[in-house]
Design a protein around this ligand. Structure first.
Ligand code: FAD
Ligand code: NA7
Length: 503
């Protein structure tokens, strides 16, 4: 049978149009009726990725981004939390603190310099904020290059397909779109006690604080608290962390306590089982609230979890209102990480406008906590893994770089959790948890993340030849028969290396 090529092309266009919903829109005459194909609310990690991808697929896209100043009046540019008040300044200030350790090590390696070494907060703050400024500018240029219309204004829904925007001069403008993506992120929570907004700062203020904070009390014990407390102590400040219950809730507790113990040994004080009731000058890091309460979701019927303000979505990031989607930190039960928001945003745009069916995979996401001794993890914690039938291999180790300066012997630690042969058949021998406490944890953990995504087994890890001398190779110790003692690459430390078998 002969089929004319035009018919095939026509059918393909129809199939594509049906898949991405544009056929329905054309039938409804939707695209003509709206100002934009897509409006993205929030120009952070997720929102920027999604809007640029949608525009490169030929759609008319607007991104609305606005930073409500903190109670101290701090504000910042385009790019959201990660670039302005999250990952980027945090990692650069962590690096500043790590350099102090490097300076101490340097003497042992033969470097000679004057005794007095001091740190200038103002210089660090300015350098970090100049770099952030260049990133803000780069994001604006990228949006312009991709033909995304960026407007610096606060958005709220007033009708299912219409938002009201208010700019910093209070001017109101209205825009309509066929579809919306909400990517408004989170902002730090306050304590709700007398003096908190008056006398406390949060991570939103810390990274651009014009003066060195000096002696600091950090309230909270999750990763933002420990990372900030860690680098402040690394700069030589007197730091105390006030812990309500446990360190790093949600992470492997064995690893969390080791990271905390290292901080304590290096001068950070911990006050446990205390909460503040009144404050003078404090850094609070007691969690973050989703920015979903003032954006008119009630007016358009988007369901919100009233307990935490998070949005439940299906596995395509679609809310209960079909033309409204959500990505990033505001999602219920998903990772609050920049690469996750970016991946979800890109894949969503491709599904909406590129005919793709690929969904965001939220399983086995690798992450790192940048405490003074960095903690990288991927997959299940030991606590979670005990629900399965698992084996844990673990090992203390001493990085080569630490040996000559003679510091922190026996403090680094790595752990692999895998399903034993008699456990769930389809998971047989699979690595289900990776945990690493040591230098360059992010770099080490990233590779394990890839391997775990590919379903790596313990046997495959054992048969992978390591890179020597590195910290990443340490996990590759081989079991000697059924014995509990194994050889570690730091071979003289046999007594520090053992195997926990739960069979
Ligand atoms: P955001 O990046 O928060 O962007 C949301 C944007 O929307 C903001 O610009 C906000 O001002 C704007 N907005 C809100 N409401 C409106 C409105 N109504 N109208 C217009 N605009 C609005 N993640 C990592 O992966 N690695 C790390 O090392 C890391 N470190 C972190 C350290 C700290 C201190 C913090 C606080 C976070 C850290 N994160 C880290 C988390 C990471 O920053 C977030 O996961 C990521 O930024 C989430 O992206 P998002 O797009 O969901 O939201
Ligand atoms: P988290 O992960 O929500 O943790 C909050 C921490 O603060 C945790 O240790 C809490 O203790 C503690 N907390 C909460 N309320 C109080 C009060 N009232 N008093 C004392 N301590 C308290 O917050 P993070 O800021 O670390 O990170 C949130 C997100 O930001 C993260 O996922 C990234 O996206 C960036 P608890 O364990 O509940 O006893």
């Amino acid at each position: 049978m002969y089929i004319h090529k035009c018919c095939i092309d026509h059918c393909c266009v129809h199939a594509q149009a049906h898949k991405d919903g544009s056929l329905q829109q054309l039938l409804n005459g939707e695209n003509e009726a709206y100002d934009y194909d897509l409006i993205v609310i929030g120009g952070g990690s997720g929102g920027l990725a999604c809007s640029k991808e949608a525009a490169s697929l030929g759609k008319k896209v607007m991104v609305l981004d606005y930073v409500v100043p903190t109670p101290k009046g701090t504000t910042w540019g385009l790019g959201g939390t990660c670039v302005n008040v999250g990952c980027i300044p945090k990692k650069l200030m962590h690096q500043t603190a790590m350099l102090s350790t490097a300076i101490q090590d340097a003497r042992k390696f033969g470097w000679e310099f004057d005794e007095s070494v001091t740190h200038n907060w103002e210089t660090m703050k300015t350098a970090v904020n100049n770099y952030i400024g260049s990133l803000n500018w780069g994001y604006r240029v990228a949006l312009r290059d991709k033909n995304v219309n960026y407007v610096n204004a606060y958005a709220e829904f007033i009708e299912p397909h219409k938002v009201k925007t208010t700019n910093k001069r209070g001017k109101e403008t209205f825009y309509t779109a066929a579809k919306f993506v909400i990517a408004t992120g989170e902002r730090p929570r306050y304590l709700g006690i007398p003096g908190d907004k008056e006398y406390c700062i949060t991570s939103d203020d810390l990274f651009s604080l014009p003066y060195c904070p000096g002696k600091t009390l950090v309230v909270g014990a999750s990763y933002v608290a420990l990372e900030c407390g860690g680098f402040l102590a690394g700069l030589g400040l007197d730091v105390t962390v006030m812990v309500r219950s446990i360190l790093l809730r949600g992470f492997d507790q064995d690893m969390a306590n080791r990271a905390g113990a290292y901080m304590e040994e290096h001068g950070v004080k911990f006050i446990r089982r205390f909460v503040p009731v009144k404050v003078s000058v404090v850094l609070i890091a007691v969690g973050r609230d989703a920015c979903t309460d003032k954006i008119g979701l009630d007016k358009v019927g988007v369901k919100v979890n009233p307990k935490n303000g998070k949005l439940p979505v299906n596995d395509e990031e679609q809310t209960n209102v079909p033309h409204i989607y959500a990505i990033g930190d505001i999602l219920e039960g998903k990772w609050e990480l920049t690469p996750v928001a970016i991946q979800a945003g890109k894949l969503l745009a491709r599904r909406l406008y590129g005919g793709s069916t690929v969904k965001c995979d939220y399983i086995n996401v690798p992450t790192t906590v940048f405490t003074p001794l960095e903690y990288g993890s991927c997959g299940l914690s030991e606590e979670r893994a005990t629900e399965l039938y698992e084996l844990v291999y673990h090992s203390l180790f001493w990085p080569l770089e630490f040996t000559v300066p003679g510091r922190d012997n026996n403090k680094c630690y790595s752990k692999i959790i895998y399903c034993s042969s008699s456990s769930l058949r389809h998971m047989n021998d699979r690595v289900i948890g990776f945990h690493y406490l040591g230098p360059n944890a992010g770099e080490v953990t990233q590779g394990f993340g890839v391997a775990m995504k590919c379903g790596v087994t313990k046997e495959q890890l054992d048969s992978t030849i390591g890179i020597h001398p590195t910290c990443a190779e340490v996990r590759r110790q081989r079991l000697t028969g059924s014995a509990c003692l194994r050889l570690c690459f730091v071979s003289k430390m046999k007594n520090m290396t053992y195997l926990i078998c739960r069979i």
